[in-house]
Design a binder for this molecule. Structure first.
Ligand code: ADE
Length: 238
């Protein structure tokens, strides 16, 4: 997979994408991540990338010409068609299902804005998929792009070791994670549930599943499908 990030702040993107699982995936050749500074495509002597809004009002608006030029240049570097993604609070809410869809693409082009917003003709002319990482307003799209890159790259085949990948499976099943414990067995008066210590793997699996359902029902009932929720009023799994 190739991911291009178009941004005014490449220095924010680079260190994150060189570390941990993403860094390892890059070094292993699973993903190529490139940043492009939109300002390099500004045409005036002030290197402008934004301007005041027509009609007045507060803030600055990201201009079309530098961004279109950057998209066209980056896309021409590789014949594989890119899925264009615009990070913005008005976009569709980012989910694990969208991460899986994007992980199946050959090429992503992520566009990070700053300022009050984008000139509407960026939406019309580039027809990107618009994605939001939550109902709050960030000062720019970079943090959102990093969230998206992290969620997508860890899904690429080979990005996670065997031990790491089991975590993914349990969220994919639509439930929150069950509680985990490691050594020491006793810490500040807090023990470990007996079921985890007796080596009965069938019982352990059953307990983990029950705890995952319980935790999901308590914290995120909206995630429970009818199947997971069990009988109305709560059955043995409630
Ligand atoms: N840019 C600013 N806020 C954002 C958000 N919540 N999601 C994605 N991009 C953004």
């Amino acid at each position: 997979m190739r991911i291009d990030v178009l941004t005014l702040f490449p220095e924010v993107i680079e260190p994150f994408c060189g570390s941990s699982i993403i860094g390892r995936a890059r070094r292993g050749g699973l993903v190529t991540i490139r940043t492009t500074n939109i300002r390099d495509f500004a045409t005036d002597r002030h290197k402008s990338v934004d301007d005041r809004p027509f009609g007045g009002g507060p803030g600055m608006v990201m201009m079309c010409p530098p961004l279109f030029a950057a998209v066209e240049k980056v896309e021409s570097e590789d014949p594989a068609p890119a899925t264009r993604v615009l990070l913005c609070p008005q976009g569709e809410p980012f989910t694990q299902a969208i991460a899986r869809e994007l992980a199946a693409q050959q090429r992503l082009l992520l566009i990070c804005g700053h300022y009050e917003g984008f000139d509407e003709r960026i939406r019309l002319g580039l027809a990107p998929r618009e994605i939001s990482i939550g109902d709050y307003v960030l000062s720019g799209g970079e943090a959102a792009a990093l969230v998206l890159i992290d969620a997508v790259v860890r899904l690429l085949p080979g990005a996670l070791g065997d031990e790491e990948s089991t975590t993914e499976e349990s969220f994919s099943a639509g439930l929150l994670e069950y509680p985990h414990y490691t050594r020491p067995r006793e810490f500040r008066g807090m023990g470990v549930p007996d079921v985890l210590l007796n080596g009965d793997h069938a019982r352990i699996e059953q307990w983990r599943r029950q705890e995952a359902v319980r935790r999901t029902r308590e914290r995120r009932p909206d995630l429970l499908t009818e199947f997971d929720a069990g009988p109305p009023g709560g059955g043995p799994e409630s």
